[in-house]
Write a protein that binds this ligand. Structure first.
Ligand code: NCD
Length: 307
């Protein structure tokens, strides 16, 4: 039985197959409409979510399956003190697969160790968010046509942003990828990612503070929200929150074919005036999140749909 904790749980070939399947699902939804009939997905969300939880639910419903779950720790027995290990043993009796989001890094791994159904990490603290990465890879591959030969700007909260951490892990496996890490000094990418992921794979990167400086050389700009919930004090958050605001004027500095991605939710880091720019693809990205989660559910359940 396979779980998904990190994007590295799949080889590049396996990822390619998931992305191919997701593209086919977008083009031929009818073919998959009953693929998960009789199967249940549990969504165990101990932290707020809109896209991840609802796109998982939409994905399972699109496959003809059903969904159950909770959307906050207070509405589950966690509020009474139940451990993740006990909760998952029980959920394993109710569902065929589950997606778990938790504020503690590593909680989905603890669950996977005790689970008799596949567990998908839907975001664990500031650590990883592999299904957002699948969404990002599908968006990039479909709209840009490739996952290699890319200069990728990652901008904002690179310290706490789990989407960025997972995306870097996944992209260093493709040839000729380089990163421009754009953040204020206090929100720089953690050293363990620089050392164990970027340096170890000989992937070129530079760290800059000014977005304007980076924009002209980028194929992709991945904007992120300052992760308010991970700050130790409000003052630091308030000081950092509007550090970057991508607006029309800054977009003039970017190449005509640069794509702007954002895992969403956005706060102020992308001005709404950018939404109508054809290079802004963050709402399309949210749509790709449904197809890729459909592909992931089928893959982890080992269901094959015949041509
Ligand atoms: C992200 C997350 O939860 O890490 N959102 C998402 O899943 N699309 C990004 C964020 O909350 O800033």
């Amino acid at each position: 039985m396979k779980h998904l904790m990190s994007p590295l749980d799949f080889s590049v070939d396996e990822l390619d197959r998931i992305l191919d399947l997701a593209n086919d699902m977008e083009n031929h939804p009818q073919k998959y409409a009953h693929a998960c009939a009789g199967k249940k997905l549990a969504t165990l969300f101990y932290e707020p979510s809109t896209r991840t939880r609802l796109s998982f639910e939409a994905a399972m419903l699109n496959l003809g399956g059903s969904v159950l779950g909770f959307s906050s720790a207070d509405s589950s027995s966690a509020a009474k003190g139940e451990s993740v290990s006990d909760t998952i043993r029980v959920i394993s009796c109710y569902a065929d697969i589950c997606a778990m989001r938790h504020p503690k890094e590593g909680a989905p791994m603890v669950a996977a160790a005790k689970s008799s159904i596949p567990v998908i990490n839907a975001g664990d603290g500031g650590h990883q968010h592999p299904t957002q990465t699948l969404t990002d890879l599908l968006t990039i591959r479909t709209l840009k046509g490739r996952l290699n030969d890319l200069t990728i700007g990652l901008c904002g909260d690179l310290k706490f942003g789990r989407t960025v951490h997972s995306l870097i892990h996944a992209l260093v496996r493709y040839p000729n990828v380089r990163f421009v890490l754009i953040s204020p000094d206090e929100l720089r990418i953690p050293d363990y990612i620089k050392e164990n992921v970027l340096d170890k794979n000989n992937v070129p990167y530079k760290e800059v503070e000014r977005l304007e400086e980076a924009l002209p050389e980028l194929d992709l700009l991945y904007m992120t929200r300052v992760q308010k919930e991970r700050f130790f004090n409000e003052e630091d958050y308030v000081r950092m929150k509007d550090f970057y605001i991508l607006d029309k004027k800054k977009m003039e500095l970017a190449p005509d074919d640069m794509l702007v991605l954002h895992p969403l939710p956005r706060v102020n880091e992308i001005s709404v005036e950018v939404d109508s720019d054809p290079r802004a693809v963050y709402f399309k990205q949210a749509q790709f999140g449904v197809y890729v989660r459909m592909a992931l559910i089928l893959t982890l359940l080992g269901i094959k749909v015949e041509e």
